[in-house]
Design a protein around this ligand. Structure first.
Ligand code: PEP
Ligand code: MG
Length: 572
């Protein structure tokens, strides 16, 4: 049987399933102890939980440290503390009941926000609650840090601390019933290199009796009871993937170049203060998604808060250019503290720049913070969801207004800060030539451009066959944008997920693209792919691809091309 889920961490795993159900706590409302005793128990359990978390913080690496530090903040949160005490003192409940109630209130608040990021943050609250309940009740914690033998872990849910503490040598892969791409468990699985498929409905019931399962984290598939033939096919694919990943690592510190020596530029996509550590050699920050700063805050970040964050990113980037994308909120990304009108089609509504132009105070705060930071490094601004030349005019006018404000306030900024746009609405792709005259640079947001070009929801798994990033129409649109910007002498980059998809590397190069901006984990494989072909070979591929009628034909051409060039990769 084959089950589908979210391809959260690439790679193949094969082995027996090990099923793990989160420990459920049964909590009594009444308590034999007095209210002051229960308050005392709460304080002591909270102290013990924080102490345990502090010990974890010093044992783990940077990614995990951030998670446990956030857990310490939750455990020490004043509002939760106040609510627990009030519950115990006013209602005379047990400390356990009060903890469950208080954490429940906060979890419900997060759950109301229709955004996967906030839903994932609810998992952090759960994690801390369980830790505190454990100290209160002395319940046995189910541990995953010492597994008996190598297994494919199948869980109803994995908390970030479960994932962080996994017995990594014995966890071949992870399947969960819950979770999404932005969950901490997915982030950690990727950083450990453990293949993972998340969000498989009823995974435990479906897989617990299988002797053997195959997990394909690249395709988001789990297979129970595979035949010997299938196992053999996957074994071969696994060996190939492992060899490929090891070879890619050798490119971490190398500059990007094609096989014929033609230099290319690779940039990073970052999401705020989580500037990736040790991402090797890269040339620029091509996409700084500032909305994460807003999403990780419980209020609209002030100018000072934003200024500090932007400056910090500039410091991490050193001399490199940092492309700060202005707030891209709306659509599937909402802010709990920013009430937006209900929309029938939020992806086609007032998102990103449209919202910023309407809520100008909010936009001015961000622009002032960014412009002030521009005095401290190589910063440039990029506007998301630009659909017309009027949008560009209005965005530029907003920047000028912010500059005048700063001048009045005597604050320094780069008066010639480069201004660019995301090309992710087909209308502006159509006007690329005129748009190029108005801006200093552009970056193609393939994630949105593809969904708007094909009218296929990028979040809906049922629309996958219509969302054709390798479709002939999409590739032609990409080439035209790239060539028009090059002809105008303006910089053009691709920062959507396609830039990190190595199946697209040669085609994009043949179209004239020289700048790719990708997630840090994709950098080595991207540079390796670049080193595997010459420009002439890429152009030959493009010619063949241009004759194809369908995405399937194009992907077949690309596959043949990559197979031919794999052996050609050599270490320089
Ligand atoms: C894109 O649309 O390709 C893009 C990079 O922006 P986001 O994924 O943040 O919408
Ligand atoms: Mg986008």
């Amino acid at each position: 049987m084959e089950y589908r889920g979210i391809a959260a961490s690439p790679g193949i795993a094969m082995g027996p399933p090990f099923c793990f159900r989160q420990l459920r706590f049964h909590v009594e409302k009444e308590s034999a102890q007095s209210a002051p005793e229960n308050v005392e128990r709460w304080e002591s359990a909270r102290r013990d939980a924080v102490e345990e978390l502090r010990k974890l913080v010093v044992q783990v690496d940077d990614d995990q440290r951030m998670i446990f530090e956030a857990h310490i903040d939750i455990a020490q949160d004043c509002e939760i503390d106040e609510m627990v005490r009030k519950q115990i003192l006013e209602e005379g409940t047990s400390a356990e009941w009060a903890v469950q109630k208080a954490f429940g209130v906060f979890r419900d608040m997060l759950a109301e926000i229709e955004d996967p990021i906030f839903a994932e943050r609810a998992a952090d609250l759960d994690d801390v609650q369980r830790r505190i309940l454990r100290f209160l009740g002395g319940a046995q914690q189910v541990r995953l840090d010492a597994l008996p033998y190598p297994v494919v872990l199948v869980a109803d849910d994995l908390l970030p601390s479960d994932t962080a503490m996994l017995d990594r040598k014995n966890v071949l892969g992870i399947v969960t019933q819950t979770g999404g791409m932005t969950s901490h468990s997915a982030i950690l699985a990727r950083s450990f290199g453990i293949p993972a498929v998340l969000g498989v409905p009823n995974a435990i019931a479906a897989l617990e009796n299988a002797a053997q399962i195959i997990l394909d984290g690249t395709r988001g598939i789990v297979i129970s009871g595979p035949s010997q033939d299938l196992l053999e096919q996957y074994r071969q694919a696994q060996c190939q993937a492992e060899a490929h990943a090891a070879a890619a690592k050798r490119y971490l510190r190398k500059p990007a170049a094609l096989k014929d020596g033609r230099p290319m530029q690779v940039g990073l996509n970052i999401g705020g203060a989580d500037y990736p550590k040790d991402c090797g050699q890269y040339d620029f920050v091509g996409l700084f998604r500032t909305e994460f700063l807003y999403m990780n805050s419980d209020h609209l970040p002030t100018e000072e808060e934003q200024f500090a964050a932007y400056r910090q990113v500039l410091q991490c980037a050193g001399d490199r250019t940092v492309t700060l994308r202005t707030l891209d909120i709306g659509g599937d990304k909402t802010l709990p503290y920013l009430k937006l009108p209900e929309e029938m089609n939020p992806f086609l509504g007032k998102r990103a720049l449209r919202l910023c132009l309407e809520q100008e105070d909010l936009f001015q705060t961000q622009l002032c913070a960014a412009l002030r930071a521009s005095a401290y490094g190589n910063l440039r601004l990029m506007f998301p969801m630009v659909g017309s030349l009027e949008d560009i005019d209005r965005a530029k006018e907003c920047v000028r207004r912010a500059m005048r404000t700063l001048e009045r306030r005597g604050k320094a900024c780069n008066g010639n800060i480069p201004l660019g746009i995301m090309i992710e609405i087909p209308a502006i792709a159509e006007l690329a030539g005129q748009a190029a005259q108005e801006v200093d640079f552009a970056s193609i947001g393939t994630n949105d451009l593809c969904q708007y070009l094909y009218a296929a929801d990028r979040l809906n798994p049922d629309c996958t066959e219509y969302y054709q990033c390798f479709g002939p129409a999409f590739l032609r649109v990409l080439e035209r944008i790239i060539q028009v910007f090059r002809a105008a002498g303006k910089e053009i980059c691709v920062c959507g997920e396609l830039a990190g998809d190595t199946r697209a590397t040669a085609l994009l190069a043949a179209m004239g693209l020289e700048k790719y901006s990708v997630n840090a984990s994709q950098l080595p494989a991207l540079k390796q792919e670049m080193a595997s072909f010459t420009m002439d070979e890429a152009k030959e591929l493009k010619q063949k691809v241009w004759k194809a009628r369908t995405q399937a034909e194009i992907l077949a051409q690309i596959e043949a091309f990559q197979d031919n060039h794999k052996e050609g990769v050599q270490e320089k």
